[in-house]
Design a binder for this molecule. Structure first.
Ligand SMILES: Nc1ncnc2c1ncn2[C@@H]1O[C@H](COP(=O)(O)OP(=O)(O)OP(=O)(O)O)[C@@H](O)[C@H]1O
Ligand SMILES: O=P(O)(O)OC[C@H]1O[C@H](OP(=O)(O)OP(=O)(O)O)[C@H](O)[C@@H]1O
Ligand SMILES: [Mg+2]
Length: 285
């Protein structure tokens, strides 16, 4: 039987969340980091553990059919490779930073400057778009150190919390792109494996929607229901069931986890009682 070959980062920032996503969609993989590849017991998939930076080439060559990879790496090395789904973890930016002491007004200030980065294609594209001529120093790691050791006037690297910039006395001055983990697809994927990929994508979507949502249950006097419904959107509309106590009902609904506290406050104001909130494992719409 045909198996979908999917690349996952061997070790590093994407590894654990990628494996967790596969586990959360019910795929149990035989094992671990020590080996180059592993099969799933209950889904036609073979996982290849690879370096994030090498994955675009494997996709392009059709060595793997799909991959979980940082979008920033695709933009840098795999602009030709398509994204099937954004996966909602490992969010970060790729930004330009300069020493705090630098008086930076605009991109023009980078004219003729030395920029250290691990993302030369991304930087060159940005510089070309802005008609800036600068000298790139390509280094593979610890890029933030470059200005402090006199190697560069500016850097382009990943920024998430900003603490690495802070520790190195740098400030972010331009954001080149926003990134998150994505499911990328090889241009050479076979139609048979495309079907498996669609099934995987469907499972990812239902888990990701579930992660974004919460299940809410509450009790309310019947005369408060019209106002409470206005607060609770639900997937279609809230489910309403009568309670044993006359004149009371129970309402069930799904809310976006980002709106959670505002909605709870509003529900209390509208007379809701005994509010229970729970996680959702999967959401199939
Ligand atoms: N601080 C961060 N916060 C959030 N996401 C990040 C952060 N740093 C990196 N990432 C994301 O995780 C991906 C993997 O980063 P990581 O540092 O583990 O690997 P790498 O050294 O770039 O790759 P390789 O696997 O080739 O060694 C990055 O491409 C980026 O998308
Ligand atoms: O804004 P922050 O939250 O500080 O994150 C940004 C840092 O995280 C990444 O490095 P990582 O820790 O992955 O080390 P690496 O350079 O060895 O990949 C990235 O290269 C930045 O240096
Ligand atoms: Mg890193």
């Amino acid at each position: 039987m045909s198996k979908l070959k999917i690349a996952v980062q061997k070790s590093g920032r994407l590894h654990d969340d990628s494996m967790k996503l596969l586990k959360d969609v019910g795929i149990s993989i035989d094992n671990g980091r020590g080996q180059l590849k592993a099969s799933a017991k209950n889904f036609p998939i073979e996982v290849f553990y690879l370096r994030n930076g090498d994955i675009p080439q494997y996709l392009r060559d059709g060595v793997v059919d799909a991959a979980i990879i940082g979008e920033n790496v695709l933009i840098e090395k795999g602009n030709d490779i398509s994204i099937a789904e954004k996966l909602g973890f490992s969010s970060c930016k790729v930004s330009i930073a300069v020493p705090k002491s630098t008086k930076y007004k605009s991109i023009q200030d980078l004219q003729g400057k030395r920029i250290a980065t691990s993302y030369p294609n991304t930087v060159n594209r940005f510089l070309d778009e802005n008609k800036i001529d600068a000298n790139l120093h390509i280094i593979n790691g610890s890029v933030e150190i470059a200005p402090n050791i006199g190697l560069a006037d500016a850097i382009v690297d990943i920024v998430s919390s900003g603490s690495t910039l802070f520790k190195n006395n740098l400030k972010e001055v331009e954001v080149l792109l926003h990134s998150e983990a994505v499911l990328a697809v090889s241009p050479l994927i076979f139609p048979k494996n495309q079907i498996i990929l669609s099934k995987l994508k469907f499972r990812f979507q239902s888990v990701l929607k579930g992660r974004q949502s919460k299940y809410v249950l509450l009790n309310a006097p019947n005369d408060r229901i019209p106002d409470i419904i206005k607060v609770l959107p639900g997937m279609k509309s809230p489910t309403i069931l009568p309670l044993a106590e006359e004149g009371w009902s129970s309402l069930h609904s799904v809310i976006n986890k980002n709106d959670f506290w505002e909605i709870i406050d509003e529900l209390k104001l509208q007379g809701a009682q005994g509010i229970l909130v729970g996680p959702i494992e999967n959401m199939v719409i």
